[in-house]
Design a protein around this ligand. Structure first.
Ligand SMILES: Nc1ncnc2c1ncn2[C@@H]1O[C@H](COP(=O)(O)OP(=O)(O)OP(=O)(O)O)[C@@H](O)[C@H]1O
Ligand SMILES: [Mg+2]
Length: 261
């Protein structure tokens, strides 16, 4: 529609997203936006449909409704094609290349991003070596910048402390060229200092201009960091707005506290 033409450049716009698994409607008519340099939180009780919304946005489950990435409809685009355009998702469970070291994982992420340069490097092999050394240097610097120090680089991801694994999965998505990052429960199973590190990491990525959508149960982290909040309960979007406003809404309080029936 012409009337919302000015919204066309928002990083990610979700309209009427609906997900059904057989007769179960897991997500029902959900709509929100996130722009570059923003963090939008998605909260709701277990089974509310939060992860299903990420699955739908990344076109990995059938759904109804529309998603626009920088104004372009993502309908029919395979998950990998969306990832190449900068729409990336991290999962509730970590997913690394388990047989590669931490540093090699980071290098692999950069190679995904730089794969369009592969052809010239085949033509001139000496350039490949140069590029590989360069990739190694940049990957190591990226890890260091985000608190994954050199002593971890030669380990396998599974051997990292758990909190650092959660950080690593986000850093790899960023290294692979994420512009819009869908992050599913980064703080699940972490506490204390690791929570602080995650908050700092997300804040840093926001300041670098990423659009971030964050599913998270830890309300302290959510309330501290998000710009807007979407609340889903049993598939329904029951609130959307500024965190302080959303937190006071009766439907939200009921979803979290008042389920007496
Ligand atoms: N692949 C699937 N097939 C069938 N039902 C599914 C599938 N994935 C999720 N569901 C169901 O859809 C509903 C929403 O699940 P979803 O994983 O999206 O919730 P969630 O909000 O992410 O929950 P949690 O906080 O526990 O991670 C649940 O009832 C779940 O059992
Ligand atoms: Mg989930």
């Amino acid at each position: 529609m012409r009337s919302d033409a000015q919204q066309r450049d928002v990083a990610l716009r979700i309209e009427g997203l609906t997900v059904r698994y057989g007769s179960l409607t897991a997500l029902d008519d959900v709509s929100w936006t996130v722009d570059d340099g923003e963090i939008v939180g998605v909260i709701g009780p277990n089974g509310a449909g939060k992860s299903s919304s990420f699955a739908a946005i990344s076109n990995s489950v059938p759904h109804e409704g529309d998603c626009y990435l920088y104004g372009t409809s993502t309908a029919g685009m395979p998950t990998q094609a969306l990832a190449r355009k900068g729409l990336r998702r991290t999962f509730q469970q970590n997913s690394f290349f388990g047989e590669l070291t931490v540093l090699e994982n980071a290098m692999a992420a950069f190679q995904v991003q730089g794969s369009t340069r592969l052809l010239p490097s085949i033509v001139t092999p000496w350039r490949e070596a140069k590029t590989r050394a360069e990739t190694r240097r940049v990957a190591a610097a990226l890890l260091r910048d985000f608190g994954v120090g050199p002593r971890y680089h030669e380990l396998f991801p599974d051997d990292l402390p758990y909190g650092l694994q959660r950080v690593l999965s986000i850093v790899l998505a960023y290294g692979a060229g994420a512009k819009v990052l869908l992050i599913d429960e980064p703080a699940a199973g972490v506490g204390g200092d690791d929570m602080r590190n995650l908050a700092d990491l997300l804040g840093e990525l926001r300041s670098r201009g990423l659009a971030i959508v964050l599913i998270e149960h830890h309300m302290d982290l959510v309330m501290e960091i998000v710009d807007r909040l979407v609340v889903i309960d049993r598939g329904q979007q029951i609130a959307y707005g500024l965190p302080a406003d959303v937190q006071r809404q009766p439907a939200v309080l009921e979803a979290y506290l008042g389920r007496t029936a």
